[in-house]
Design a protein around this ligand. Structure first.
Ligand SMILES: Cc1cc2nc3c(=O)[nH]c(=O)nc-3n(C[C@H](O)[C@H](O)[C@H](O)COP(=O)(O)OP(=O)(O)OC[C@H]3O[C@@H](n4cnc5c(N)ncnc54)[C@H](O)[C@@H]3O)c2cc1C
Length: 387
């Protein structure tokens, strides 16, 4: 394996770096879990799109740059290094987009991909329901066929950034007599339509980007079904593969956190406890290992491979690494780490506490780590099913 970059890739990196240096907002944007922040992040996405950087591996006709996944990794490295805003339309660009590329009809790709790339349409993910979380096959939301439409009834919940989204992709039971994984279809649902009610849910930090969504006879064109009727589970597993296995958490995010962690350690070396240094080194090494593993995954995909069950290994790795990094930061900061950045005695605590609170959710979202361990045990190691 040759780990060096080509001259073309070096030139691509230089171009990304120069563009970001000229365009990344100087001050951080407000949180995208608020209306004001969501609007500001959407405006940033439009700037990215106008520069041709919204989603570099997508074909130009869909709003991309026609680059490949290796260049996407390079873009991500530069993006995090530049301290650019988080991606408000991550459900669209990282999850639905690649799924549409693989499972969408030409008409669906032409209709949806360009507006995802430009963030004219923000997307939410609609898997979870009050009685279907880890056990996603227990989905009860129905979508019954009525001519060339489906009529939706039921409730979704925990939709990240759902309060400000325009659309939701999700799984609905199109065959009411079906059970478990069968009889589910993958639908693209407008959220600002008659029969749809979006209710914000307050998060741990009090912001209300999360939402529950109620469907009371909402009508969705049958043309908005991705994949065959009753074949939604297969399509959803492809989406989950992108989420857990590659796109949602690129290694650059953790390499950047590792750099910040080293800087934090240096600033606080005199007061940090003896084990903190070792913990920091371990985080740096693990972030680099994750980067190398991701380069391997991308090389495999470029050679025609697919993301399969190993996405579960990946998801456990990045979510537990993120948590360890933030725990390490709080350990370095000691009692000061519990202060909000604006507190008089905070002195350079940064946003580590906020990051720590979010990292606690990593082992839960995108499928809990307990469930990922079940997948690894049963489908990779071939162990017998649990009780
Ligand atoms: C920050 C955040 C963002 C999210 N965003 C979205 C979103 O955008 N869209 C969406 O649809 N959902 C979203 N979710 C919901 C998330 O997918 C669910 O919380 C998750 O799947 C777990 O479901 P649950 O909360 O119902 O817990 P439960 O399924 O009730 O699980 C409770 C506990 O039991 C364990 N458990 C359950 N079954 C088993 C088993 N068979 N073996 C071993 N352990 C088991 C679980 O691991 C967990 O620890 C989000 C969650 C969070 C925290």
């Amino acid at each position: 394996m040759d780990l060096r970059y080509t001259p073309e890739q070096d030139a691509f990196r230089a171009e990304v770096r120069a563009w970001l240096a000229a365009h990344v907002p100087k001050a951080p944007l407000p949180s995208f879990d608020t209306q004001e922040g969501s609007d500001a992040h959407r405006a940033w996405e439009k700037t990215l799109h106008a520069g041709g950087w919204a989603m570099v591996p997508w074909p130009v006709e869909y709003g991309g740059r026609g680059a490949n996944l290796l260049e996407w990794l390079i873009f991500e490295e530069e993006y995090y290094r530049a301290g650019a805003p988080r991606r408000v339309n991550q459900n669209g660009i990282f999850l639905l987009g690649p799924t549409l590329m693989d499972h969408g009809t030409p008409a669906q790709k032409a209709r949806f991909l360009p507006k995802i790339a430009s963030s004219e349409e923000l997307w939410a993910q609609g898997w979870s329901e009050p009685n279907a979380g880890s056990d996603m096959a227990a989905i009860q939301c129905t979508a019954l066929r009525d001519g060339d439409h489906y009529v939706l009834r039921g409730q979704k919940t925990w939709a990240s950034r759902g309060a400000f989204a325009d659309w939701m992709f999700g799984l609905f039971r199109t065959d009411p007599a079906s059970e478990r994984h069968r009889g589910l279809s993958f639908l693209l649902v407008p959220l600002r339509a008659p029969g749809v009610t979006v209710r914000p849910i307050a998060q741990l930090d009090g912001e209300t980007g999360f939402a529950e969504v109620f469907f009371d006879d909402a009508r969705v064109p049958a043309l908005n079904r991705l994949g065959g009727e009753g074949e939604g589970w297969k399509v959803a597993m492809a989406t989950a593969g992108f989420e857990r296995g590659l796109m949602l958490r690129s290694p650059a995010r953790f390499q950047e956190t590792a750099r910040r962690l080293v800087a934090l350690y240096r600033e606080n070396e005199a007061s940090a406890d003896a084990l903190a240094r070792e913990a920091v080194v371990r985080c740096v090494v693990e972030a680099e290992a994750y980067a190398l593993e991701t380069y391997r995954t991308v090389s495999r995909l470029l050679a025609g491979g697919r993301i399969a069950e190993e996405a579960s290994l990946n998801k456990i790795y990045w979510s537990e690494l993120d948590l360890r990094m933030h725990e390490t930061a709080l350990r370095i900061l000691g009692a000061r780490g519990e202060l909000l950045p604006e507190a008089p005695a905070a002195r350079g605590v940064g946003d580590w506490l906020d990051g720590y609170l979010f990292s606690l959710s990593g082992p839960i979202y995108a499928g809990t780590n307990e469930i990922q361990r079940n997948v690894i045990a049963e489908r990779i190691l071939g162990l017998p099913r649990g009780a």
